[in-house]
Design a protein around this ligand. Sequence first.
Ligand SMILES: NC(=O)c1ccc[n+]([C@@H]2O[C@H](COP(=O)([O-])OP(=O)(O)OC[C@H]3O[C@@H](n4cnc5c(N)ncnc54)[C@H](OP(=O)(O)O)[C@@H]3O)[C@@H](O)[C@H]2O)c1
Length: 274
Amino acid sequence: MGKQWVLPKKPAVVITGASSGIGEACAYRFSQIGARLALLARREDRLERVAERSRELGGEAHIAAVDLSGSDATKRAVVDAEAALGAIDVLINNAGFGLYAPLESVPRDDLERLFAVNTFGPLAAIQSALPGMRRRERGHIINVSSVVGKRALPMTGAYGASKYALHGFSDALRVELRGSGVEVSVICPGFTKTEFSDKVLDYGVERGRPRAGAMSAEDVADVIFECARRPRTEILLTGKGRTLAWLQRISPKLADWAIARTIAVRLPRLEQGS
Ligand SMILES: NC(=O)c1ccc[n+]([C@@H]2O[C@H](COP(=O)([O-])OP(=O)(O)OC[C@H]3O[C@@H](n4cnc5c(N)ncnc54)[C@H](OP(=O)(O)O)[C@@H]3O)[C@@H](O)[C@H]2O)c1
């Protein structure tokens, strides 16, 4: 019989990508219950500001400016975070960025950077956090994917694949960790108003404008917080995302058809070296 997960009163929470957007909003949401936070990202000035506001809201916050594209640096940062907090109750693997390009010509170097941050970074963080979680027989790993991590759209093939991988290892982990007291969840936001779209690597390729009805980072953070309280396997945050994931499950061909009907596909070729 597995142990029942209960979010501790003042949980120790590691948040990657906490300097803006969804990660920042998570820091504030968890601070409201007095969480002890380790905030990780590259921009130290931004992390300091997030930490200050988190303390004002009742949290305790440590920061570490770290590039999470390197597995060794990521592992060290998580070990240091555990030492600073005394434990890790919740690991939120949220750091990530987007890439928007036709797969036919996407540069290999950019693909490697994308997977380093979106896929191998979370895996390194998990590998670092798990020994302590197993010892304490308590922990919750929350991986932030995307609705395109369930079904990639044209131009999001590389980004989608970097998120599909999160689902692959989350599915395996959940069963590997059965009965250990460690929970694994995946959160799939749809379009969310953050700095994400300003930073997407798009090589000048035309892309859709942010849609009306996009979620706020706070909306997503609320869902992540609720998931930390009552773990769920996977949460898709938009109706369209849920429909597409369902279509993909019953018939990928039908999903292709629905996507082709709603998205005009123009495939510009990227110049070599762009
Ligand atoms: N916004 C959306 O529409 C959307 C939709 C679905 C899923 N998501 C996912 O949600 C997560 C959070 O994105 P967001 O929307 O909140 O975007 P954001 O505001 O751009 O936040 C991304 C965070 O990741 C950090 N990060 C990026 N590269 C990093 C690196 N090499 N090392 C360390 N930290 C790094 C950034 O910090 P620094 O720049 O300071 O390092 C920042 O804190 C991402 O995984 C994204 O894929 C977003």
